[in-house]
Design a protein around this ligand. Structure first.
Ligand SMILES: C[S@@+](CC[C@H](N)C(=O)[O-])C[C@H]1O[C@@H](n2cnc3c(N)ncnc32)[C@H](O)[C@@H]1O
Length: 345
């Protein structure tokens, strides 16, 4: 027999990289209902509001409405349809999702089969429309017999199924790191911001550039790049006319003229990298930056908090208006990526 239990409205379902459940929970400062290690998700309560953009470790932010247990193998459709909440009345998207774990991957064939059946029923009843501004309906299967049903607001969540922006590895790129920078631009910038802030002919500096994945991506975007690294650049960027390779210490290098972008992927203490980047922005050497912070094994939230507090302290002292956002991207492992931009007053 299947049991359907109603959950309290302020419960949230968050997806995260497996192994980062504690970090994901810690930064929300909420109480955990579920935060099993390596499960790839947490359920929290006691927070009426959460802002997706301010969460680093959450890949997705979902208001949890219902939980259905003991789904029968023969007919999952009937109990799931019965459990879909009455409000919101209409949805813009239906996403059937699983944790990003090996167990989750075993459910992908089932999800693919099941999606059109459920979609057809929801469309027939007028509840599923093709309107990206409407709330999304998420049905999350921790396993084949259990479903968590929730909704996300397009303005306060990730616009990608499972919270994962999938990217194809470009054939020519010298390293897989290219995917991190490409994903960062997608995650942090709106379409308008991309059009305004990424333009051919812009100038960028890449600190810790070798073997050259990030430099390659910037060159693809039409930028002129100074790539700073004692190590060699590989592939097309090694000889590219838009790339100037300097074998220098990335912590000492400063450009003669201000640049549009600073990117930095040096493996160093998070606080040291954050201090370096905030100094570039504070002194006007760059307007925007994307940088990677390698996190320690323990106290990751604290190390990140300290690094970001350092950035805020420097820029607040200057009286700058700025945007600072950190995310553990899909392509980040024991690390997070940070976006910092000085804004016009
Ligand atoms: C993770 S790799 C960068 C990968 C690169 N983003 C890509 O897409 O190919 C880190 C690089 O930082 C460089 N690095 C570390 N400390 C540095 C320093 N003080 N100055 C310059 N480069 C440094 C290393 O030589 C290494 O090539």
């Amino acid at each position: 027999m299947n049991t359907t239990q109603t959950t309290k409205p302020q419960e949230w379902l968050l997806y995260c990289r497996p192994g980062f459940e504690r970090d994901c929970l810690q930064e929300t400062q909420a109480s955990a209902r579920t935060a099993d290690a390596n499960s790839g998700f947490i359920i929290i309560e006691g927070k009426p509001r959460l802002q997706y953009a301010q969460l680093t470790f959450a890949r997705q932010l979902i208001m949890l409405h219902k939980e259905v247990n003991n789904l029968p193998d023969r007919d999952r459709l009937t109990p799931l349809l019965a459990a879909i909440p009455d409000t919101p009345q209409k949805f813009g998207t239906l996403w059937l999702e699983t944790p990003d774990t090996n167990e989750g991957k075993t459910l992908s064939a089932f999800i693919r089969r099941f999606q059109p059946l459920l979609e057809e029923k929801l469309r027939a009843s007028g509840r599923l429309l093709d309107d990206a501004s409407l709330p999304r309906l998420h049905i999350f299967f921790p396993d084949k017999n259990r479903a968590l049903i929730g909704t996300s607001e397009p303005r306060n969540s990730a616009n990608a199924a499972m919270g994962i922006i999938r990217m194809k590895m470009p054939y020519e790129a010298p390293s897989r790191s290219v995917l991190k920078l490409a994903e960062a631009f997608e995650v942090f910038l709106s379409d308008d911001e991309k059009a305004q802030w990424i333009k051919p002919g812009m100038h960028a500096v890449d600190l810790g550039a070798a073997p050259g994945g990030w430099t390659w991506h910037l060159v693809q975007l039409g930028m002129q790049v100074v790539a700073v690294d004692n190590g060699p650049l590989k592939g097309v960027v090694a000889e590219h006319p838009s790339v100037k390779h300097l074998r220098q210490d990335g912590f000492r290098f400063r450009p003669k003229n201000p640049v549009d972008w600073l990117v930095c992927d040096m493996i160093e203490q998070p606080a040291r990298v954050a201090a370096l980047v905030s100094d570039w922005v504070a002194t006007g050497a760059t307007t925007r930056a994307i940088f990677n912070l390698k996190l320690p094994m323990k106290k990751r939230v604290e190390a990140l908090g300290e690094a970001l507090a350092g950035v805020r302290a420097v820029l607040d002292k200057k009286g700058f208006k700025y945007r600072l956002q950190a995310k553990q991207l899909y392509h980040d492992r024991e690390e997070v990526t940070v976006f910092l931009a000085k804004l016009k007053r």
